[in-house]
Design a protein around this ligand. Sequence first.
Ligand code: GDP
Ligand code: MG
Length: 297
Amino acid sequence: WQYVGFATLPNQVHRKNGEERCLGCIFLSVGESGLGKSTLINSLFLTDLYKDRKVPNAQERIDQTVNTIKHTISIEEKGIKVRLTVIDTPGFGDAVNNTESWNPIEDYIDQQFEQYFRDESGLNRSNIQDNRVHCCLYFISPLGHGLRPLDVACMKALHNKVNIVPVVAKADSLTQAEVHRKKMKIREEIEQFGINIYQFPECDSDEDEDFKKQDQILKDSTPFAVIGSNVQVESKGRKFRGRVYPWGVVEVENSAHSDFLLLRNMLVRTHMQDLKDVTGETHYENYRAQCIQNMTR
Ligand code: GDP
Ligand code: MG
């Protein structure tokens, strides 16, 4: 039936017996202002979701995001309808004092938990709308030597509440060797500072080889190096989403140029259900336990 086939890889959908789940997912973009968050989200989800469809009204310029904006779209992946909600945040770093500039984001995540908790304790439990944030795309600057203190503080403030998927923004400003080094450095720092990013589920020993290979690629590619663009480029008779430079053209969806496709596949195809499972079973459960503890105190 429906959920089968959505997965291109074997252990994609962990569906609890007899329980139907709506395939929908809520993503949040977080990071310094100007790192290309709005552009990437646009590239990932909001337009040109199908290869054969042209980018509608490709807009070259994205205005600076001043308020948190919630976009909801329905996409179809392999014949299965998926509802995606993308929350684009203004980003931080513009203020003189950036301490705790992630507070509004933390509050937003908490509010969704709170609402869910209230609904769950209410009478109409069968019809709860799940507005919990399932994934936070955390944007890291390509210019620094790894993580900045602000990144560390922010990720640590959020890591017990949401699945953090780190990305290196504007990867077109780095050479291949630089991307490689930066990824290693950032992975080391994530470990060193005790930041809990989203962990890809462990492969069972009976998983097939393709799955294991894909899983290793994902682990090795973290943090994903991404490039965004809202411009359709035409070159050598082909049209694609890209960035034009005096010396050449960067293709957003070319795996040799960035991890864009890898990231999108992971988010909407192979790991969406796991992101939701971890949100419900770990992050929300933490919140719930805390609430109950506070009530009985
Ligand atoms: P936000 O503040 O994080 O939402 O960033 P925006 O999406 O508004 O982008 C800020 C600027 O960076 C714009 O001028 C974009 O055209 C540019 N930009 C966005 N993505 C990329 C990218 O992948 N590479 C490069 N070089 N520039 C980008
Ligand atoms: Mg923005």
